[in-house]
Design a binder for this molecule. Sequence first.
Ligand code: NAD
Length: 431
Amino acid sequence: MASENTATAASTDAEVADEPESALETARRQLNKAASLIDADPNVVGRLNYPASVHEVTIPLERDDGTVEMYRGYRAHHDGVRGPYKGGLRYHPDVTREESIGLAMWMTWKCAVMDLPFGGAKGGVVVDPKELSDAEMERLTRRFANEIRNLIGPMTDIPAPDMGTDAQTMAWIMDAYSVQEAETIPGVVTGKPPVIGGSEGREEAPGRSVAIVSRELCEYLDRSLADTTVAVQGYGSVGGNAARLLDEWGADVVAVSDVNGAAYDPDGLETASIPLHDEVPGAVTDYGEQTLTNADILELDVDLLVPAAVGNVITEANVDDVRADMVVEGANGPITFGADAVLAERGIPVVPDILANAGGVTVSYFEWLQDINRRSWSRQRVNEELEAEMLDAWNDVRREVDDRGVTWRDATYIVALSRIVDAHEKRGLWP
Ligand code: NAD
């Protein structure tokens, strides 16, 4: 196995602090680290430290009681050198301009590592969706869609669901946009319900890609999946689908958790009979031989740990207690920069989020292809094409790991950044 030791650059930064950083700080740090490893043109890297544009809009919403409230919305475009902007829209009280820029940068790297012809975008509305009725959500969404109508489009910027938004939200945006354009344009958003151009297999896709890279990592390390014990934190869309597939492919899934705690059975859980978080919230702790806390699950002595719930769960405070031999990131940013450096020093391979959960944006790309070609693919075709795309990306990253002796995270960013820098160099700066 190639060396996992890239402590030099990482440990210098880790000395700074292990405060959970903002998405923008993380994205910039990862960009500049990867840039130093490939000797990228500093002029292009300088440009990539900034978004191409950030749009801020005000959305007046008539509440059900007749009063009108103003909400703030953002759409950040980071880099579009490889194609239309792509990224989610979140509805959350913590949405900010800076967070949108940082998350848009992550989308740029994620699309590039998957070699998808998209650039990175992100946005959202500063709102707590739990405080709005369904009718208010619809009015807010349609008005927001109208405010960003000149930015979005199937060849310019294609939003998708994110925290607080879902297939219904995308359906409203597609409808609002289509009404204004006087034609049905399903390719303006992805993550729609299949009946209006959504793709089969989209919901399971991020979990499926987590399972695929976990399987490939085991093979790379000459470990049999059948002899691999797995713990998955977060038994939701990503973690639940990953756990079920790994179980189906023969791994021993010994622990899974939701926000209330974990189910644990050293002989393996029967994941097919444990409902996912959105099927029966809180059901996880009714299963298994024993229950554990969410902190315990990260410290279990398993072969593979998949943190798939929320960000910043493995920090310098608990990283020394992580006993897994391999980590695959299901959630976005579950490991802080400082903790990541410690895992690298310990030689524990960590497959990063932008590769592991990229099945979501990849099937969004398939959805967009289906929409602009007015054809729908079977679930089997979606899954086969996803498998092929994941293996291509995995092999590109694996080659960097082998050739340069860097971590999986650094290798992933090297693949992504090389593609973006190459495209900038070929296209040039105009005027
Ligand atoms: P989800 O809401 O379906 O599931 C989240 C799970 O985590 C639930 O089981 C919940 O109970 C659990 N959880 C929540 N807070 C927790 C906490 N503090 N500690 C432990 N468990 C907790 O969400 P999801 O769609 O599976 O997303 C999970 C992560 O994956 C997020 O970081 C998300 O950004 C990322 N992600 C999701 C997608 C997607 O398309 N669903 C794609 C890429 C990345």
